[in-house]
Design a protein around this ligand. Sequence first.
Ligand code: BGP
Length: 469
Amino acid sequence: MSKEKVFPKDFLWGGAIAANQAEGAWNVDGKGASQADMTRGGIISGETDQQIDPNLYYASHEAIDFYHQYKEDVQMFSEMGFSLFRTSIAWSRIFPKGDEKEPNEKGLQFYDDLFDELLGKGIQPMITISHYEMPIHLVDEYGGWSNRQLIEFFSRFCEVIFKRYKDKVKYWLTFNEINNMHKIPLATGGVRIKNEEEPLQEIYQASHHMFVANSHAVRLCKEIIPDSMIGAMLSLSVLYPNSCRPEDVFETNTYRRRHLFYSDVMIRGEYPTYVDRIFKEHTISINMEEGDLELLKAHTCEYLAFSYYLSSTHKAGMPILTHTGGVRGIDNPYLPKSKWGWQIDPIGLRIVCNELTDRYNVPLFIVENGYGDVDSINEDGSIHDVDRTNFLKEHLVEIYNAIEDGCDVRGFAWWGPIDIVSAGTGEMKKRYGFIHVDKDNEGNGSLKRTKKDSFYEFQKIIESNGASL
Ligand code: BGP
């Protein structure tokens, strides 16, 4: 009989969503428009419209109406046994334009109520301060993170929310999937690239501003909430060499290392030496102010949270294609794929955990892992989502193995425990949830919530702290 997979006793179990993909209520209670609200289709792939056309459908405008229905949803998370719930605070709810001095009280109140609801059920909130969402005014008028002034606006936002929620929120994350600045700079950093031919100067400059802002956030967080933890959040996947040909291995390793550039700066507190070569080759020169490098060194992230969905394979000479949630190279013949072509690779997750532990030796949180599928609903309303459950179990087994390998993995949050709008496609068709939401791609549906089979499976796993795996 195989050994029971009992997780550490205070391991946190739960799920993760993002404000713009779930809340809806996009213009309610003083909220301003964000770049996500100006996007039809996916926030990740979409361009923003100049103006909102009231006759067209924007997925984030209603989303799943979490803003009004969160109590019922939190109740269901609690029934599943969640002890962790990750969401983001919509910047545009707190500062509708982003550059005001005074926050919007109604926006602040919403999160107070949500956090009370969670805490009342024993669920720790984990808050992403910026998850693919910023006031559109900051994008249009300032150029997003290309502009150093954003540091001031972001710091003000951070200070307001840290002070307000200091007794309620102990786990914080600054920027969702910050390394996706290279693939989707508009979603990640509100940056519209001007020089598409050679975008790296703009990307690294904006990233530098985000690093400085990150350090200010860490400083403020520890000052205002000394018993908090504040971390970095990356999108990670494994990249395998296509063969043992040294060129394949070397190039793959080079990309892997560059993939960790963001955590190298945010956790180690300095620009890694390998970046000099990139800067030289692309004639990049970063505009820094005096004291920036000292600040990065002085205020580093305490833990690393990441999303993991898939792995990819690379052959020397092939361009690295970019893809949401990770890099996508050539097909790996050993791995199955989801309906969206994402290669399913639970062992890859164990590899990532080990790699991060070797490199940083900090606590890890897997704050996004999930399986997007097209669900079929039976006549009686049931949904037998066996593939989702299998994906969940296989990945959890590898997290358990990583813990046994010596990795300090503190928690697991399934991406989209309730169906939400897909960031990549803007659709409801791509569903991750253990809880089904009645809404289609055109926005029709009653928004009624129902439990899929995977709901009960995750419940069993959490109840036994992994032993039932
Ligand atoms: C990550 C994002 C999420 C999310 C997830 C799944 O990159 O942080 O916001 O949505 O990917 O992607 P998708 O919704 O495109 O399937």
